[in-house]
Design a protein around this ligand. Structure first.
Ligand SMILES: *Cc1c(COP(=O)(O)O)cnc(C)c1O
Length: 372
């Protein structure tokens, strides 16, 4: 089989141009006689790679000068702890908006570390199928935490909550650079790379200078202090060099394709195609409510997901979902199985997914619906 259309939620597809460039440079990067995989992170050869990656992130995201850009490890999940350890240091209280699995995990981690967590809004009542509207958040919180795009539930904030002087922290793992974002509205942003930036292995953190504290909570390990990595220029210890190199290439690909605005245009076109099809179908329906829908992750069910829990209905539902995923894969459309919490299918259509990929998916869906 040749290249497939990969709808995985993460790690996910990368731009083919980037993969070709990586292949071309694999054995000998830029006349150094080495692969980037083999380079010392403190070498003259690697320095321009990490500097360029940072410069490109700053340029494409319009990062203000009073913010640091860090390349860390441990994935988005380690940020759940780092945010709490480094920011919950005055009142020890934080507000979380609970919009799905990842926000819930982040709140649980903060609680585990002794932070007093207030869930100021939640959409758990309706299976996280929407984003609650919270106009304004006030109180003696050290920070307010949101997950801007909910990868599993397929929901996305269409507004940024007003938190006044309280730093707003956002997990943007699955929507970073999918559309323009005003960084200055946030105290801290983070994103695991494996959705929209690079292969797994690096976590991008953008943190406002005043939040880089010398005094995180008692007992914070050195590696979990942002200050450690700011002082070390993301080179306190060995960073994931190769992943940072690929991230830089993805940044250049985004720039060649119109930057964050170009991505937004293309992503809206893809998402509109898919949601329009779903909304007009008698066979399929999207699970996320209008007004809260993600441009990146689109969970959907078939008419056989009726909510009935008798054995026969459940068996039929499973049979249809399994057939969809299997037949789609045979047609070169892979990783469409839904998350177990939502069921059905999920198409993740990150930046690197082409419009042709979405069109191929819709054609397959039409054909599958007509047969079932
Ligand atoms: C994937 C994901 C995570 C978890 O990232 P890891 O790198 O696996 O720790 C966290 N938050 C969101 C929104 C995600 O999509």
């Amino acid at each position: 089989m040749g290249r497939v259309y990969n709808f995985s939620a993460g790690p996910s597809c990368l731009p083919e141009e980037v993969l070709h460039e990586c292949a071309d440079e694999m054995m000998n990067f830029n006349g150094t006689g080495q692969s980037v995989m083999e380079m010392s992170h403190r070498s003259k050869a690697f320095e321009p790679i990490i500097c360029d990656a940072e410069a490109m992130v700053r340029k494409l995201m319009n990062v203000p000068e009073n913010y640091k850009v860090l390349f860390l490890q441990g994935g988005g999940s380690t940020q759940f702890a780092m945010v709490a350890e480094n920011l919950a240091i005055h009142t020890g209280k934080a507000a979380y908006i609970q919009t799905g699995v990842w926000a819930k995990k982040a709140a649980a981690e903060a609680r585990h570390l002794g932070v007093k967590v207030d869930i100021v809004a939640s959409s758990e009542d309706k299976g996280y199928s929407y984003i609650p509207h919270v106009e304004k958040i006030s109180g003696d919180y050290d920070y307010v935490y949101i997950c801007l795009n909910n990868t599993i539930m397929g929901t996305h904030y269409e507004y940024i909550p007003d938190t006044g002087d309280i730093p707003l922290v956002a997990d943007i793992s699955s929507c970073i650079l999918s559309e323009p974002l005003d960084v200055s509205r946030f105290g801290l942003l983070f994103a695991g790379a494996q959705k929209n930036l690079a292969p797994a292995g690096v976590t991008l953190v953008i943190i406002r200078d005043d939040l880089v504290t010398e005094t995180p909570r008692d007992g914070t390990p050195t590696m979990l202090s942002y200050k450690t990595h700011v002082d070390g220029g993301s080179l306190y210890n060995t960073p994931p060099c190769y992943t940072i190199y690929v991230l830089g290439k993805v940044m250049h690909w985004i720039e060649r394709n119109g930057g964050a605005e170009g991505m937004a245009k293309r992503n809206r076109e893809k998402a509109d195609l898919l949601y329009n099809y779903l909304d007009n179908s008698d066979f399929y329906h999207a699970t996320a409510e209008k007004g809260s829908r993600s441009l990146m992750n689109v969970p959907f069910l078939t008419k056989y997901s009726t909510g009935a829990t008798d054995e026969k209905s459940l068996a039929k539902e499973k049979e249809i979902n399994d057939a969809f995923v299997k037949e789609a894969a045979a047609s070169g459309l892979v990783n469409l199985k839904g998350h177990r919490l939502v069921g059905g299918m999920r198409a993740s259509i990150y930046n690197a997914m082409s419009i042709d990929g979405v069109k191929a998916l819709i054609s397959f869906m039409e054909e599958f619906a007509s047969k079932n």
